[in-house]
Design a protein around this ligand. Structure first.
Ligand code: NAP
Ligand code: MG
Length: 488
């Protein structure tokens, strides 16, 4: 069993504004190595980078930077583990995955605090959404491991081999779970890279995977920035790349893997339409709008970042929306009362501020409630733009922050046309009292996920993924197994 040596560990001692989440058992090492072939291993080049707390800019830990040679070691370890891992019975594989799920559950509080420290999201979200969902993902796919013959009737599903997985910083542990659990259930071995700004929960997951007794080399965790990701993409002995991130990097990977035998799934950006009809329950819809765009600071690929309100209720909805925005608490991610935490990085804050300026310069009418932002750290108040139209950049381009573009519509055909008119096709929401409208819109909206009278609800049993520049392939549910198998 892997033991964290006491001298490498400090007890986190973070302060709170009120009602703190206890950090009693949170252990964060000062320095993290790569997890390759069942061992925590120093990077070949010996370089480390800092991961920082976006709410106060303090360094949390040093993290190893993997270069090509480390990736090569990780791929070799995964390749040599593949034969025996894929030969195990599904039931045996399922037991390991189940054990990982249980260990995440046991350490849920620790995971939640680390997620909020490293990434800036409110502790309420880490605790109630990210971490339980991550555990559920492992539980769910543990159950599929010995039922692949039911998942793929009359066909013999075989694993692909070594899978390279690259994930973003907005749901760090959850994205790792979405990637690792189905790949293990189907008998693949893994080299996974978390995002540079949020490596800590993935590293904690590596510790848990080690404790679970998973055979060495089955999961390898390599930290680093974009170059580390590119080294995975370009390694010749990887059979599949599973990527979640921006459309820009997704296109690079599409080109880099073209003409190679590598299989590919891409979960990319979005510009979700949230549509409020005049017959909707207005107060619930307003809560839905808030959740759709301000959940996780708007760092959500499927965020409802475009609001369409039917003209007859537009004044009412916008007034209620502004009133509700005034009550949102922006601040310390570890405070249980916080609604909007820290923006994940200085770079992302600059991107968001740049889009806010673009919105103003293009003639949008900005609304931000008065709120006192902490003096240190990366912060953005909840923001909405009125007087925008389809051609505005803040309506067409993904901002990935707490910024909502509001438009009105008169008819159902008009809103369908507008909602579909972006390069993306990931998510949409529909708020109405009429089931017939919901059915009609689910047929007509070009989005992989459509919520009715709710938004941003996720479950391990439900497939997730996009169309157009939002990528291809599905994660979650039965659909999430398919990208990791081939058939005899
Ligand atoms: P990103 O810049 O594309 O980065 C994603 C991951 O790719 C990170 O681990 C990144 O490393 C790595 N990377 C960067 N350049 C690379 C390269 N040339 N080759 C290989 N890997 C490379 O995206 P992000 O800013 O982290 O995440 C936000 C984006 O993710 C948004 O567009 C969002 O919509 C999308 N997203 C989509 C989904 C979905 O399911 N559709 C879910 C969540 C997020 P570094 O972090 O070190 O740069
Ligand atoms: Mg960080």
């Amino acid at each position: 069993m892997h033991k964290v040596k006491n001298k490498d560990v400090f007890k986190a001692s973070w302060t709170y504004h009120s009602a703190p989440e206890s950090t009693g058992h949170v252990q964060i090492k000062k320095k993290y190595d790569l997890y390759i072939d069942g061992k925590f291993t120093k990077p070949v080049a010996g370089t480390y980078f800092d991961t920082i707390n976006p709410s106060d800019h303090k360094k949390i830990a040093s993290v190893a930077e993997a270069t090509e040679k480390d990736i090569d070691k990780a791929v070799k370890a995964a390749r040599s583990a593949f034969k025996s891992w894929s030969a195990l019975t599904g039931r045996e594989r399922g037991k390991y995955i189940f054990r990982i799920a249980r260990l995440i559950q046991e350490r849920a509080r620790e995971f939640a605090v680390i997620e909020s420290l490293d990434g800036g999201k409110p502790i309420r979200e880490s605790r109630d959404i990210d971490i339980p969902l991550a555990a559920n993902h492992f539980f769910y796919y543990a159950g599929w491991a010995d039922k692949l013959s039911y998942a793929f009737p009359n066909r013999i599903a075989k694993p692909l081999g070594v899978v390279g997985q690259i994930i973003p910083w907005n749901f760090p542990l959850l994205m790792a779970a979405w990637k690792i659990a189905p790949a293990l259930a189907t008998g693949n071995t893994i080299v996974l890279k978390p995002a540079e700004t949020t490596p800590l929960t993935a590293l904690k997951l590596a510790e848990i995977i080690h404790e679970s007794g998973l055979p060495k080399g089955v999961v390898n965790l390599v930290t680093g920035a974009g170059e580390t990701g590119a080294a995975i993409v370009n390694h010749p002995d990887i059979d599949k790349i599973a990527f979640t991130g921006s459309t820009r990097v997704g296109k690079y990977i599409l080109n880099a893997t073209a003409g190679t035998p590598k299989k590919l799934t891409l979960e990319l950006g979005g510009k979700g339409a949230n549509i409020i009809f005049e017959d909707a329950a207005i107060d619930q819809a307003v809560e839905g709008i808030i959740n759709a765009i301000f959940f996780n600071q708007g760092h959500v690929c499927c965020a409802g970042s475009r609001l369409f309100v039917q003209e007859s209720v537009a004044d009412l909805v916008i007034r209620k929306l502004k009133d509700r925005m005034k009550t949102l608490i922006v601040g310390d991610p570890l405070d249980k009362n916080t609604d909007i935490g820290a923006i994940n990085s200085k770079k992302q804050l600059q991107t968001i501020e740049n889009y806010i300026n673009i919105g103003i310069n293009e003639g949008g009418e900005i609304y931000q409630p008065d709120c006192t932002l902490p003096s240190k750290g990366n912060w953005c108040p909840p923001t909405l733009f009125l007087n925008v139209s389809q051609s505005h950049r803040i309506v067409q381009e993904e901002i990935f922050g707490p910024v909502l573009a509001v438009q009105t519509f008169r008819t159902i055909d008009e809103v369908i046309e507008k909602a579909n008119n972006t390069p993306y096709g990931l998510s949409a929401g529909v708020w109405t009292d009429k089931g017939s409208k919901i059915f009609h819109l689910t047929q007509k909206l070009n989005a992989g996920v459509i919520w009715a009278n709710t938004f941003n609800k996720f479950d391990a049993t439900s497939p997730f993924g996009g169309y157009k520049e939002s990528g291809f392939g599905r994660e979650g549910g039965l659909h999430g197994l398919k990208p990791y198998v081939t058939f005899e």
